[in-house]
Structures are given as structure tokens and as C-alpha cells.
Design a protein around this ligand. Structure first.
Ligand code: ZN
Length: 107
């Protein structure tokens, strides 16, 4: 297999997480937003942003569309209700695998 050094390098850059203070601050913000009316309303809808299935509100978690580890922020546009199954999958899969999974379940 031929390894493209440039591709490897950019992949590496992609995997470098933002610094700890950024993540800590955004985690705090997420915690605050979790107690807001805005989030309570979203959660009580019970609909997972990804698979579109309906769940009891206590099974809905808050998900960062762009993960904090990739520089995503705890802002409303980056936070979606997400079922436990999708949340687990999203954490386990690489971004491109997740894209494939999304394409698969949206068919
Ligand atoms: Zn789901």
C-alpha cells in the first residue's frame, strides 16, 4: 500500500484535540444549557436528531454535532437531542464512518 504522506499529516492535524481549557469551558456551557428551558423543550419532543425515532425524554441525551474534541462549541446550533444508541455509535465511529451510517439509516 502506498502511503500518501500529506494525507497522513492532515489526518494527524485533524486528530489533535483543542486544549483542555477550551473543552472545560465548553463542557461547563453544555451543563448550563442542559438546565435551560430551550433544552427541556427539545428533550421533551423525544425525537432523536439523527435516526428520527421517538424516545421517552429520559432516554434523550445532548449531543454536540461537531464534538468538543474537534473544536465544536456548546452553542445551540451545535447541540441536538440524540438517543443513546446514536450517541454511542457516534462516539465509536470515525467521522466518515458516521457519515456512512447516517446515509444508511436515512434511506
Ligand atoms: Zn437516534
Amino acid at each position: 500500500m502506498n502511503l500518501d504522506i500529506r494525507a497522513l499529516k492532515s489526518m494527524n492535524d485533524y486528530l489533535i484535540p483543542p486544549d483542555e481549557t477550551f473543552i472545560k469551558k465548553e463542557r461547563d456551557n453544555a451543563r448550563k444549557l442542559r438546565t435551560s428551558q430551550w433544552w427541556k423543550r427539545k428533550r421533551s419532543s423525544g425525537i432523536c436528531h439523527y435516526c428520527n425515532n421517538n424516545f421517552p425524554p429520559n432516554e434523550i441525551t445532548m449531543d454536540h454535532v461537531i464534538p468538543l474534541s474537534r473544536g465544536g462549541k456548546s452553542q445551540k446550533f451545535n447541540l441536538v437531542p440524540c438517543c443513546k444508541e446514536c450517541n454511542t455509535k457516534k462516539k465509536q465511529l470515525l467521522p466518515f464512518e458516521w457519515e456512512e451510517y447516517m446515509a444508511f439509516i436515512k434511506k
